[in-house]
Design a binder for this molecule. Structure first.
Ligand SMILES: *Cc1c(COP(=O)(O)O)cnc(C)c1O
Length: 435
């Protein structure tokens, strides 16, 4: 399908979309609001709805569809695995699962003795990391509950997002999504990204006596806060976090659910010095893009000692490391590696940021991000209207904040497709009504 299919206006829902969306609302719990369209099939960076309208997809299932839609190597791998064995439970193992774990340890540059835990989503990766951090916390001085110690704490960042299960939600900042479920995990505290003094104070509140708190077991953070509107961390701050964690025996957890697996142009965002300052974590969690559209998540624990805190029974999941998910992930990693997609991410990302800046749309203040995880800062809060306008002109983007549009195309996106997206975005009217 060529670019002729996009860029034209279609302001109303087609008849099939309207019919299916009515049916959707009748039977689905309304946690997502009404979906924008009902999708039928895709190819590469393009997807078609049930009325046959084509869209250039610069959201990619929220940074999930790394290889775009229906990539032949991904389809072949999943089909072949489905015909062999789809699921085993963890009473048994499979070759793809073992191969994938070894591969992820290698790509993360994790030291000898590092181990992987697989789950099925980003939240589950973070749940596992938080549980491992809790076990680590019990080993710290002053934390042993049996000796009258105080429970270890977890520090998270304001504006951070780690998922919606109760543990991950405890480390998620946004009041609107956490407050209705409080009380959550009691020992999570927040500091502002960049607030080195605030972090120092949290660490120094540790100690005996009435006002002393338990030690800090871990700091959990994103290197680019995706859901907060694609906000990169200051590498100097990340270095300060690392050194405070080291000084107090706390773990540093990087939540790379959104930034990982090539999204920012390196396998993991912490491998970019302009995000991490060269810092490596103790735990990295991953999900979204790892299996190119198949549900999978997990964590890598760096080093043997930390990995050994999990023993039989401490954690698990029926689907964890499912062979079908593992083969989808292996195919995804294969294509990223063999097709040089990391370089493509870097080049297309630069082209996209330059293209948007060059268009000079007065609605656009500036573009931020790394690789193919970017956001346009708008001059007034009309992101929802801008997203709708783009959709009606054949481009899928995401209103990640009231005043920001997130752009996260598949890693396979081509030069012409980036030009096409930039051209559509150039036409977004600057006088759209605020949301
Ligand atoms: C999406 C996301 C999650 C949650 O992942 P789910 O698969 O939706 O559970 C956690 N952390 C970050 C940084 C994310 O972007």
């Amino acid at each position: 399908m060529t670019s002729e299919t996009t860029g034209e206006t279609r302001e109303t829902l087609g008849p099939n979309d309207a019919k299916w969306l009515g049916e959707y609302s009748r039977v689905h719990m309304n946690v997502f609001g009404t979906p924008l369209r009902v999708m039928d099939h895709g190819e590469g960076a393009r997807i078609w709805d049930v009325d046959g309208n084509a869209y250039l997809d610069f959201l990619a299932g929220i940074a999930v569809n790394s290889l775009g839609y229906a990539h032949p190597k991904w389809v072949a791998a999943v089909s072949e695995q489905a015909a062999k064995v789809a699921h085993t439970s963890n009473y048994f193992a499979s070759e793809p699962q073992i191969e994938l774990a070894a591969r992820l340890v290698r790509l993360a540059g994790a030291p000898e003795g590092s181990h992987v835990y697989f789950g099925n989503s980003g939240a589950e990766g973070n749940e596992a990391a938080l549980k491992l951090a809790k076990l680590h916390g019990r080993t710290l001085k002053g934390a042993a509950p049996a000796m009258g110690g105080k429970p270890a704490r977890i520090i998270a960042m304001t504006h951070g997002f780690h998922g919606r299960t109760l543990g991950a939600l405890s480390a998620t900042w946004k009041p609107a999504i956490r407050t209705p479920f409080e009380p959550l995990l009691p020992c999570v505290e927040f500091v502002d990204p960049g607030d080195t003094m605030g972090l120092y104070e949290k660490f120094s509140q540790t100690g005996p006596g009435r006002y002393g708190k338990g030690p800090v077991a871990a700091v959990i953070m994103e290197l680019i806060q995706g859901e907060a509107g694609v906000r990169p961390m200051d590498p100097g701050f990340v270095r300060a976090v690392r050194s405070m964690c080291d000084a107090h025996g706390a773990l540093l957890i990087f939540d790379e659910v959104q930034t990982g697996i090539g999204r920012t142009g390196t396998w993991f965002a912490f491998q970019r010095k302009d995000l991490s300052g060269g810092v490596t974590p103790d735990i990295v969690t991953f999900a979204k893009g790892v299996a190119g559209g198949f549900p999978m998540g997990g964590m890598i624990a760096f080093g043997a000692e930390l990995s050994a805190l999990f023993s039989p029974g401490t954690h698990g999941s029926t689907f964890a490391g499912n062979p079908l998910a593992a083969s989808a992930a292996l195919a995804t990693l294969d294509v990223i590696e063999h097709d040089g997609l990391l370089a493509n991410v870097e080049e297309r990302g630069r082209q996209l940021r330059e293209g948007i800046t060059a268009a000079g749309n007065p609605l656009f203040e500036y573009v931020r991000g790394r690789g193919l995880l970017n956001a346009i800062q708008l001059t007034h809060p009309c992101a929802h209207a801008a997203m709708q306008w783009a959709l009606e002109h054949g481009l899928i983007v995401n209103a990640v904040a009231p005043d920001a549009l997130r752009l996260a195309p598949p890693l396979i996106v081509g030069e012409r497709e980036v030009d096409e997206a930039a051209a559509i975005l150039a036409g977004v009217p600057a006088d759209l009504p605020d949301d």
